[in-house]
Design a protein around this ligand. Structure first.
Ligand SMILES: NC(=O)c1ccc[n+]([C@@H]2O[C@H](COP(=O)([O-])OP(=O)(O)OC[C@H]3O[C@@H](n4cnc5c(N)ncnc54)[C@H](O)[C@@H]3O)[C@@H](O)[C@H]2O)c1
Length: 458
């Protein structure tokens, strides 16, 4: 970082203090938010994209569409990410995010991260240490320790953060919260949720006998950087680009991929926090034989203790070959979602699809009549223009973004606890959230903070 560049320091300090203001003021209401110290907010925020071959590329497009300057792009595979590099020819290209940060210094205000799950934490941490605001794809991290460390760092470095669960900024999730808070379905005691999508990628049992063979690493891929902090495994095409989702070392399975979308509405509406117990049941799965990949189907039961006005909540996650069941009393004309959730209260149910409670509906219909039209609960949660807009606007105005790491980290943690439980099918794991450990399973605790490869640290 060039500390003598006073023009860029002024600009960077403004952005930094904007974040500081949000933290200190505990988030001003949107209408009152303004630039720190009365300074006019900068017109453009300089953003670097890291991991832009697929979802990260669309995040870059989204922030560019909201007025951000794309000043740098970083990807370990220029071929896979070629589209993004072609689209933003003015952006400086990099393979190594550490080199990018060193060379670009204060030219970068903020980053969007779209790398596989196992490298989110090291990259987001490096960015925050350098005072950059961060938009990081979901799930926030690969391990519980990483998620907690990122949450703490966001507070420490006072940067504006956003998890990439874009549905958090949709109007439907806000409507769902307002229904729950208005008592539309009474006390919610059970949630059935999950996803049956993309099954072939999460369970890679069919490829287990191929991953020991030799494959040449493609010349365009910096595989060492792709691995990042993960322990070394020789290259195979089965690990990288999209496929990483199905391998425990790099991805987080169906639950890691979908939980932050599908459970976000319940997590927000019911302030779920942390579970006290987690029980995974798996289909056709022997961790001793198939333990490199995720099961073809799981059912994971989380118990959340009573909190404030609400009672205890049981959340049952269903995925892959194990679809969401039809709950007792479910109306015949309603459809159980393939990916989505059913919140069951003592007066009725809410059914919704994935991102941001898409297609959310009250059942039975008489409830919908009672809580729609002129009886729709007041919009107590402000509506926002979009998720990327929300993050950029938070940077510009010195407030926190909606799914900041404090929120998104807690949401991610639940998914990661589920991913650990999959390694111990049939065993109820008891979780002490304060101590950040399981109280009844030493072996499971080893997955809270697995060792990084030599040379890597958070
Ligand atoms: N919010 C959503 O709707 C949504 C949708 C899809 C994916 N995602 C999330 O986005 C992330 C990426 O998923 P994907 O499907 O785009 O994966 P992908 O494998 O298709 O793309 C990842 C990109 O990151 C690059 N990369 C890998 N390691 C890197 C490193 N160390 N430094 C720089 N670049 C690196 C790869 O070369 C590739 O271009 C995941 O965390 C995933 O869960 C979110």
């Amino acid at each position: 970082m060039n500390n003598k560049d006073s023009a860029s320091i002024d600009r960077r300090e403004f952005l930094y203090r904007a974040g500081l203001g949000a933290a200190m003021l505990n988030v001003a209401p949107e209408s009152q938010a303004q630039g720190a110290g009365g300074l006019a907010p900068p017109k453009k925020i300089n953003v670097a994209g890291i991991g832009v071959g697929s979802q990260g590329g669309s995040d870059v497009d989204n922030v560019a569409a909201e007025g951000a300057n794309i000043v740098a792009l970083c990807d370990v595979d220029f071929k896979y990410a070629a589209k993004a590099f072609e689209k933003y020819p003015q952006a400086k290209p990099f393979k190594d995010y550490r080199v990018m940060f060193e060379e670009m210094g204060d030219e970068i205000d903020a980053v969007v991260i779209g790398t596989p799950d196992h490298t989110h934490a090291v990259i987001a941490m490096e960015a925050m240490k350098r005072g950059k605001h961060v938009y990081c794809e979901k799930p926030l991290a690969h391990t519980v320790h990483e998620a907690r460390a990122l949450m703490a760092a966001a507070r420490k470095y006072k940067v504006v953060t956003q998890l990439g669960n874009q549905g958090h900024s949709f109007p439907t999730i806000r409507r769902l919260c307002e229904w729950v808070w208005a008592g539309a379905v009474g006390q919610v005691h059970t949630i059935h949720a999950g996803s049956g999508d993309f099954r072939e990628v999460y369970n890679q049992t069919r490829n287990l006998d191929k991953v020991d063979q030799h494959y040449d690493t493609p010349p365009e891929l910096d595989y060492d950087l792709w691995l990042g902090p993960a322990q070394f495994q020789a290259y195979t095409p089965f690990w990288v680009h999209w496929n990483w989702r199905g391998w425990l070392r790099y991805g987080t399975g169906t639950i890691g991929d979908w939980f932050c979308h599908v459970i976000d509405p319940s997590f927000w509406a019911l302030d779920l926090g942390a579970p006290t117990s987690i029980l995974a049941e798996t289909t056709d799965y022997d961790p001793a034989k198939q333990g490199l990949t995720y099961p073809s189907g799981t059912k994971i039961t989380f118990e959340f203790p009573a909190k404030k006005e609400r009672g205890p909540v049981k959340l049952v996650w269903h995925d892959g070959s194990n679809p969401i069941p039809t709950p007792e009393g479910f109306p015949e004309d309603a459809r159980v979602p393939g990916t989505g959730a059913i919140l069951i209260g003592d007066k009725g149910m809410i059914v919704h699809g994935s991102h941001g409670a898409g297609g959310c509906r009250l059942v039975p219909d008489k409830l919908l009549e009672r809580y729609s039209g002129s009886n729709t609960p007041a919009e107590t949660i402000p509506r926002v223009k979009g998720h990327h807009w929300d993050w950029l606007e938070a940077i510009r105005t010195g407030r926190e973004a909606g799914s900041n790491f404090g929120y998104g980290g807690r949401l991610t943690q639940v998914a990661l606890l589920g991913a650990i439980a999959i390694r111990f099918p049939g065993e109820t794991l008891l979780w002490d959230d304060h101590a950040m450990r399981f109280t009844n399973n030493k072996a499971a605790n080893a997955y809270i903070k697995p060792a990084y490869r030599k040379g890597w640290r958070l």
